[in-house]
Design a protein around this ligand. Structure first.
Ligand code: 6PG
Length: 253
């Protein structure tokens, strides 16, 4: 794995935007939560270089996971990305593949979304050009939570696990899809992530406890773009240099 440490969330977003532009991706899986919002706003910002460097009509956007709510719900990941990016860029409607989470039955929403994936990719397992992921304070990524049976899924592309601690269903891509990405990028910022990031990096692999450790693309690369606050406990070299970026390579045992 590759870990790059940046001064602040804005710099993390900038690095992710540069990476996205350099890939010229056809397919991107977007993560939800609050962390990537800075990136989505940056990509859509007409005063920044990225908006004009992306072939929006040739880029298809999917979601790594979704909450079991309608698209206009404040908790909806689609709503967040729509407000931050889709509504501000010239992306054709048919390029936006949201999870139909308004379906009353979460499992049916997962099936519908899987059908959309199979239709778009054709292949048995989608190979996204770029997958963006976040990290929860409990070690979850996408909506793969600790000890979830969803972590053992090998056939389905999308499942709808019930997450007890949230008392709700989530709809999420499964590990076969996430680990088939060509480039998988974690964005992790803020002091509240320092402890879990340190544990993920330093402790022996235990994906059942730390689902983010299960991300290890078969034919792709994984990188972690984090800010100083999140890297506070795990950085061992000059990551605190203002504006400097340090590579902490192969820290996983
Ligand atoms: C979601 C996610 C989830 C998220 C992490 C981190 O729908 O919430 O996709 O995996 O990336 O929970 O969330 P924050 O960025 O809000 O800390």
């Amino acid at each position: 794995m590759e870990l790059k440490v940046f001064e602040n969330p804005a710099e993390v977003a900038r690095a992710a935007a540069e990476h996205l532009v350099s890939l010229r991706p056809t397919s991107v899986a977007l993560s939800g939560g609050s962390t990537p919002r800075v990136l989505y706003e940056l990509l859509a910002n007409a005063g920044e270089p990225f908006r004009d460097q992306i072939a929006w009509d040739q880029t298809h956007f999917f979601f790594t996971d979704e909450r079991h709510v309608p698209p206009d719900d404040p908790d909806s990941n689609y709503r967040m990305v729509n407000e931050a990016m889709f509504s501000r860029i010239p992306v054709p409607k048919q390029n936006i593949h949201r999870v139909p989470a308004e379906n009353q039955v979460a499992g049916d929403a997962a099936k519908e979304y899987e059908t959309d994936l199979r239709k778009f990719f054709g292949a048995a397992i989608p190979a996204f050009d770029l997958i963006l992921l976040g990290l929860g304070e409990d070690g979850h990524t996408a909506s793969l939570f600790p000890h979830s049976p969803a972590l053992n899924e090998t056939q389905r592309l999308v499942v709808a696990p019930f997450v007890e601690k949230l008392n709700s269903y989530r709809i999420t891509l499964t590990l076969p899809v996430l680990n088939n990405g060509k480039s998988v990028v974690f964005l992790v910022t803020g002091a509240s992530k320092a402890e879990i990031l340190n544990e993920i990096i330093k402790t022996k692999r235990n994906p059942d406890l730390y689902p983010a450790q299960a991300i290890s693309p078969t034919n792709g690369a994984v990188s972690w773009l984090v800010d100083n606050a999140a890297a506070r406990l795990c950085s061992t070299n000059n990551s605190s240099n203002a504006g400097a970026e340090s590579d902490l390579l192969n820290k996983n045992p």
